[in-house]
Write a protein that binds this ligand. Structure first.
Ligand code: GH3
Ligand code: MG
Ligand code: MG
Ligand code: MG
Length: 307
């Protein structure tokens, strides 16, 4: 399961964020003192609070005490591994427990490393560094794997997973969800008139205009293929969809891309938007309906939206 950006969120600007979780504040202070110069340090004295901070701050690493009242470190880690947004955050256990059985329990809970107390500060720093480096590299790869190279918006692969997740959420919460197909009008002729490089430039501009028109964190713009984009608007009823469509049309008009084959003289798009309220079926069915509506917008003369 994924969430736009989200498993892929986790910014790499600024020093990496490390969350220290321990029910004893004095233990937190010891580790804090060792790592505070290299990392942005976050702290939690309970498993519950740790999860809240993880969701809010998306740390690059968690240093987790094992024995804590209420939610243990092991259970906190297990909860993180079940959470789509937190599953990729590595957890290193730091504990006074020594037995093989205790170590195994940490691996089983989903930990990536296990450090016994008392620990050597240099070893601790290096083991943290190894995991944080790995995390940043895999974040980067995940981001690249889900981006369209030409336009910089998300690619089809990401869209497929995102739509699946959002449909599930919408179904569970009985919310409306809209999928909007956006296709550039007479784009073959645009390429024929101005060449592929200008065509690519126009695709990038359209992608940017779409991104600026979809403002909620859960809204997604992706390149579906060729000169076709797709927009997902979770929890958006019809009037909200109409507003987004108007913004898209405004933003594309504002690009003011000269296009002789277009009736208006500038590049335009046609859109087909399918809104589902309760009768959710498959993602394929939803896309099929949106595609039919796009086709209708084309046959009615282009530069319009059918929803
Ligand atoms: P319609 O208004 O019916 O959508 O007509 P159209 O010409 O836009 O549609 P058609 O499907 O006939 O052609 C799509 C064109 O989009 C074909 C190709 O020239 C162009 N295209 C697709 N992908 C790319 C790309 O990555 N870069 C460039 N420059 N052009 C592309
Ligand atoms: Mg403890
Ligand atoms: Mg087209
Ligand atoms: Mg097309």
């Amino acid at each position: 399961m994924i969430n736009q950006e989200q498993p892929f969120k986790g910014s790499d600007d600024g020093p990496p964020k490390v969350l220290i979780v321990d029910d004893k504040p004095s233990n937190i202070q010891i580790v804090h003192h060792i790592i505070k110069d290299q990392y942005q340090v976050l702290m939690a004295t309970s498993g519950k609070r740790a999860i809240e901070i993880c969701l809010e701050m998306l740390p690059d690493l968690v240093l987790m005490d094992v024995i804590m009242p209420e939610l243990s470190g092991l259970d906190t880690c297990k909860l993180m591994k079940q959470h789509p947004e937190l599953v990729n955050i590595p957890v290193i256990f730091i504990t006074g427990l020594q037995g093989q059985h205790d170590e195994n329990a940490c691996w089983d809970a989903g930990g990536v490393d296990f450090i016994s107390k008392p620990f050597n500060a240099t070893t601790l720093k290096n083991r943290i560094k190894a995991q944080v480096t790995l995390k940043r590299q895999s974040d980067l790869l995940r981001r690249l794997a889900f981006l369209d190279g030409l336009t910089g918006v998300k690619n089809r692969h990401f869209f497929d997973q995102y739509l699946e997740t959002q449909l599930m959420l919408a179904r569970r919460q009985s919310q409306a969800i809209c999928v909007l197909m956006v296709d550039i009008d007479y784009f073959k002729q645009y390429n024929d008139s101005f060449g592929h490089q200008m065509g690519d430039e126009a695709l990038r501009s359209v992608a940017q205009a779409l991104g600026e028109s979809c403002r909620r964190p859960a809204d997604l713009v992706a390149r579906y293929g060729g000169e076709e984009f797709v927009v997902v608007l979770p929890n958006t009823p019809k009037n909200g969809v109409e507003r987004v469509i108007e913004r898209i049309q405004g933003a594309i008009a504002e690009l003011d891309i000269h296009h002789p084959a277009s009736a208006t003289g500038i590049l335009t798009v046609s859109m087909g938007g399918m809104i589902w309220l309760a009768d959710y079926q498959s993602t394929e069915a939803l896309l099929g309906e949106a595609d039919k509506l796009l086709y209708r917008a084309k046959s009615l003369g282009r530069n319009r939206a059918c929803i």
